[in-house]
Write a protein that binds this ligand. Sequence first.
Ligand code: BV8
Length: 232
Amino acid sequence: MRVVILTGAGISAESGLPTFRDAHGLWEGHRPEEVATPEAFEADPLLVHRFYDARRAALATVEPNAAHHALARLEERLGDDYLLVTQNIDDLHQRAGSRRIVPMHGRLRSSYCLHCGERSHWTATLADGPPCPACGVAALRPDVVWFGEVPHGLDRIGKAIEHADLFVSIGTSGVVYPAAGLATAAHSAGARTLELNLVPSDGVTVFDQARHGPATELVPAWVDEVISQLPR
Ligand code: BV8
């Protein structure tokens, strides 16, 4: 069975990371869409750096939860018949052991150099304008996909969805595109579709089936179900 999973901020909520909607939608009085854009970075790089530096610092204080670990277990059983697509820029999936993963909106623990194009593992701050580890120029930006920028891995995601038997959306409100359009694409490609979310998402009607509740309860239970149905 070929499975494609899409996750959003809801899967990391019980690890202690606020979701976009839960963070009262505001950060220092700004809507995330206002600070997560190239224009905002152009206008006020310090404000944007502080937004991501604070999230990078918070990431160091949290751990993957039972939902992240359950997905890593499922990947172990399905192997290459599995692909995890995440909108999250945290590394909790990777820390839980996920390997077949597309961080389509980038990674918080990575910097991108606007001078030489180098991507570097980054856990410290960027607001103080550190030099790029590769070219030495102080031209680093967070290695995340901002609104108006093209997400990563769209080809790989498109191919996996074309051949999927099952598409599962976990902890996402289904508001941001092109991620929010993947369930419809999977449905049109003939896959069965399932939503696992705390409450019905904006796109719930697209799904053949939906289960609502906390991810740390829904996801391990669903993974156990799938694994129990797999041939020995
Ligand atoms: C692009 C990285 C061109 C940075 C992010 C079509 C229609 C309308 C608009 C558009 C459109 N196409 C494009 C747009 C514009 C825009 C867009 O979608 N705007 C929205 C606001 C309308 N999209 C773009 O700009 C994209 N780029 O289109 O380029 C293009 C595209 C394709 C091909 C060629 C060219 C780029 C978008 C990426 C922006 N970067 N993140 C950062 O993180 O700071 S988006 C960011 O917001 C996240 O990554 C995520 O995608 C989104 C937040 O959504 P969720 O993760 O779902 O979080 P949310 O808080 O909303 O919901 C949480 C859910 O979890 C809730 O349902 C809640 O109930 C549930 N939950 C909570 N607790 C739990 C839980 N569930 C289970 N258990 C719990 N405990």
